[in-house]
Design a binder for this molecule. Structure first.
Ligand SMILES: N[C@@H](CCC(=O)N[C@@H](CS)C(=O)NCC(=O)O)C(=O)O
Length: 309
């Protein structure tokens, strides 16, 4: 039984094996939140998700009422306003974002190599390979050849983590976990989840302090997860009004212009809408989802390409 779902709990669009989704599930755990789980396919199309995002098909997406947050770079700041401990605790504060943008940026691809470089096409599935080839230019043979190099790059992140923990601190900033911990954690989680990457995960976890830190992070769990349907999610959007936007529109963009927001390095179609915000804190567009339902779709600024539509 699904039970009664409050309209304003965050709803996560995700699939179990996604490391970026695990980052958000673990963030729910750290904050001790109740959340709605809406499972989507690991490949396009994802109609339940794109009806709200416009076209954004990556994983994860979080919906809070009629506000839709795409990319962990927009999702985590949105969770910050919900009850529970901060994801940017002192003394690091915003430095957590700097760590996360490295771990979730160049280091993510290194962890893709460490996790998936030893997988066979049969293990991945033809549909998955075709999707990732068409959208991100993934070349399985090249990934296999680069795997030792990428595993070595990924291990550097665990080494730096180990060095950071060497004074006995529990998390990278001290006693409280933050967004930087979550980003480093989800990368190692990804490698650990793939049976053919066992040796790579073992090398990461063998570095002093890393395994205990990983267990502390896993120990936060995922908060309280409630399965939802796309109809539940749409009803939550219809019942809400998007939150007030703070932040402006930097030149040469102009508030109200129609724009498409696409992701660097992908062939995914842009999400098209009216520009509400485009500054260093992020990008927001307004989209008419259906008669009487306007959603605000939010993105981080980093990694997003805004163009007139
Ligand atoms: N910068 C994004 C990256 C998200 C990402 O790369 N997610 C992977 C899955 S873990 C993805 O979208 N893969 C394609 C898909 O799920 O369709 C974020 O931080 O959320």
């Amino acid at each position: 039984m699904r039970g009664i779902i409050p309209a304003m709990i965050p709803i996560l669009y995700h699939y179990e094996a996604s490391p970026f989704a695990e980052l958000v599930r673990a963030a729910f755990g750290v904050k001790g939140l109740t959340w709605g789980s809406l499972l989507v396919p690991r490949i396009m199309p994802k109609p339940d998700q794109t009806q709200l995002t416009g076209a954004y098909g990556r994983t994860p997406v979080v919906q809070i009422g009629a506000d839709i947050y795409c990319d962990t770079g927009a999702i985590l700041p949105a969770l910050e306003s919900l009850p529970g401990p901060s994801l940017y605790p002192a003394p690091l504060g915003p430095l957590h974002r700097l760590v996360a943008s490295w771990a979730n940026g160049p280091q993510f691809f290194a962890h893709v190599g460490a996790a998936m470089g030893g997988m066979t096409p049969e293990m991945m599935g033809e549909d998955f390979i075709k999707d990732r080839q068409a959208r991100f230019g993934m070349d399985l043979a090249a990934l296999g050849r680069a795997a030792p190099h990428l595993a070595g790059q990924a291990l550097v992140a665990s080494q730096l983590l180990s060095d950071t923990l060497s004074d006995g601190r529990a998390f990278i900033g001290g006693d409280e976990p933050g967004a930087g911990d979550l980003a480093l954690y989800s990368n190692i989680w990804f490698v650990k989840a793939v049976p053919t990457a066992e040796a790579n995960a073992a090398a990461m976890l063998a570095l002093p302090g890393v395994e205990d830190w990983f267990a502390r992070m896993a120990g936060f769990g995922h908060g309280e997860r409630r399965e939802m349907t796309a109809d539940d999610a749409l009803a939550a959007a219809r019942a809400a009004t998007p939150a007030t936007i703070s932040g402006g529109v930097d030149a040469p963009y102009v508030a109200g212009m129609m724009v498409g927001v696409a992701q660097e390095g992908t062939k995914d179609a842009p999400s098209v809408g009216r520009l509400l915000r485009c500054c260093s804190t992020g990008i927001s567009i307004a989209r008419e989802v259906e008669d009487g339902l306007t959603a605000h779709v939010h993105f981080p600024r980093l990694g997003q390409v805004v163009a007139p539509a």
